[in-house]
Design a protein around this ligand. Structure first.
Ligand code: SF4
Length: 501
């Protein structure tokens, strides 16, 4: 009898992407096989996100569609996990009785058991834990990339930002032991990974649980010294907890990438106060300045919310001021929308949608202009690009591949007409020939200029996984040959989805 197949659909932030890799790993280990075409899977898992106002409408819309799929597919099971499951719990099976399993953010490890129990007992299983049972990173994983990996160092958050649902749904911060983090990184590197992104809701508060406020800087240094690891990134830090020892660790550890994603949310002190974010504009800009002093070429990116309740024109101008001063390489910008269950949703002074929209457009235009200026300054410089696993639009005509520079900028680069193509995970050194707001073009190879290909262990790992996947479809880490065009979002850059920091 062939194995039952599964398909995991992920909504929301990087933490969910990371958890979904664990859900897939758990199902692999329990004997399920990944469905090659998600549409015909025997088990569909929705890993949900609760941060958008209409998130539940979307969930019930998706579930409505799945009801008709299930009606034609005897034995099919539907499981709902993630933040919305943690929030709505049994309400989900009340509104969608064809759902088989509901599990929360703290007990993703229970999924295979709950599926089995639902199948045997022919009854929906709802199990939500109030506190984390097993750190997700210690669960089996099916990684989506052979060269780049997420490593969760903490989950939950002890802050109380008024727009954020994370503390309610993910609980108080729980830190993983440094030795466990390091062991995971070493194991990943042994498998061929050359880039890791340390992940947490508030990464630089890391250590709060075991009482070491310098723990994050120490962790950066120790992870950065793992032999064979070329790039270390992290997301997201909170300006409140940003200490100089973290800046020193970044600057002094060659493997730590010259890149910082530090959520601003608002440039106005008054709005920051209403958001209950304990830093002010000056502190934010001071950190940016100290980072630039230590790492002049660091690319700094951010998240910004426009139209928070009570935001005036003057408050908004302060946000524009910070964008100009901080010279962000890019920014995820969000129009404020009420998130049920958050204090901000109850606040007076909600800004009319047309005002929010107009401010949002002005902000987006300024962000693009600043980002473009910053990219233009890189024309003529040499960048090392980690070739990505391309899907997307093929660009046979320009023979361009894509990847990320050390500072995490997206680079589309030409490859020579003859000679081998870089495999995903290999490094190429090229010269930037053109800038755009959201990417760089490096066509030096097309004119006989700089083009240096360095084959890496990650490229070897990709090739091995690809060969295995081709020999036994559904078994490997990755499928398909490297293709020309834009890469899929990589772990280090996936949009936050929830602007949670
Ligand atoms: S926005 Fe970030 S720092 Fe604030 S409560 Fe949410 S997770 Fe914590």
């Amino acid at each position: 009898m062939s194995a039952r197949t599964y398909h995991v659909r992920t909504f929301g932030c990087q933490m969910n992407v990371h958890d979904s890799e664990r859900l897939s790993g758990l199902l692999d280990e329990a004997g399920y096989a990944r469905s090659t075409d998600g549409g015909d899977a025997d088990v569909v898992v929705l890993n949900t996100c609760a941060v958008r106002e209409n998130a539940d409408n979307k969930l019930y819309g998706n579930l409505g569609h799945l009801a008709s799929v299930k009606a034609k597919h005897p034995g099919m099971q539907i499981a709902v996990g993630g933040c919305l499951a943690q929030k709505d719990r049994a309400e989900i099976v009340r509104r969608a009785p064809w759902v088989d399993v509901v599990f929360g953010t703290h007990n993703i490890g229970s999924l295979p058991v709950l599926l089995e129990r639902a199948r045997v007992e022919q009854e929906a299983q709802v199990e939500i834990a109030e506190a984390l049972e097993v750190f997700p990173s210690s669960l089996p994983s099916r990684r989506e990339s052979s060269y780049s990996a997420w490593v969760a160092i903490s989950v939950g958050c002890n802050n109380t930002c008024t727009f954020c649902i994370v503390p309610a749904l993910r609980g108080r911060e729980k830190d993983r032991r440094p030795g466990d983090v390091l062991a995971e990184v070493e194991a990943l590197v042994a498998e061929g990974v050359i880039e890791v992104t340390l992940l947490g809701q508030n990464v630089n508060a890391y250590g709060v649980e075991f009482g070491d406020r310098y723990a994050f800087g120490k962790l950066l240094r120790s992870v950065g010294s793992v032999d064979g690891l070329e790039r270390v990134r992290f997301t997201s830090p909170h300006p409140r907890d940003f200490t100089d020892d973290v800046i020193a660790a970044m600057a002094e550890t060659p493997a730590v990438a010259p890149q910082l994603h530090m959520p601003l949310q608002s440039g106005s002190d008054q709005v920051l106060k209403a958001m209950r974010r304990s830093y002010r504009q000056k502190r934010y800009l001071d950190i940016v300045e100290r980072v630039r002093d230590a790492m002049p070429h660091a690319a700094i990116t951010t998240d910004i919310i426009v139209g928070f309740p009570g935001e005036t024109d003057e408050d908004f101008e302060q946000t524009l001021h910070v964008v100009r001063e901080a010279r962000f390489a890019s920014a995820f910008t969000f129009q404020y929308s009420k998130r049920p269950g958050t204090p901000a949703a109850e606040m007076t002074g909600q800004v009319p949608p047309d005002v929010v929209k107009e401010r949002y457009q002005r902000l987006a235009a300024l962000v693009d202009q600043v980002a473009w200026d910053e990219s233009r300054a890189l024309v003529g410089s040499t960048v090392e690009v980690l070739a990505a696993d391309g899907e997307g639009r093929k660009d046979e005509q320009t023979r361009r591949l894509s990847g990320r520079a050390r500072d995490n900028r997206l680079v589309h680069f030409a490859v020579p007409d003859d000679g081998p193509l870089p495999r995903p995970g290999d490094m190429v050194t090229v010269e930037v020939t053109k800038a755009a707001p959201h990417h760089l073009v490096a066509d030096s190879a097309a004119t006989g200029g700089t083009y240096l290909l360095r084959r890496t262990r990650a490229g070897d790992a990709y090739e091995r996984a690809n060969a295995a996947a081709t020999a036994a479809p559904g078994s490997g880490v990755l499928l398909g040959m490297p293709s020309l065009g834009a890469p899929p979002p990589d772990p280090a850059t996936a949009a936050p989805g929830c602007t949670t920091h």
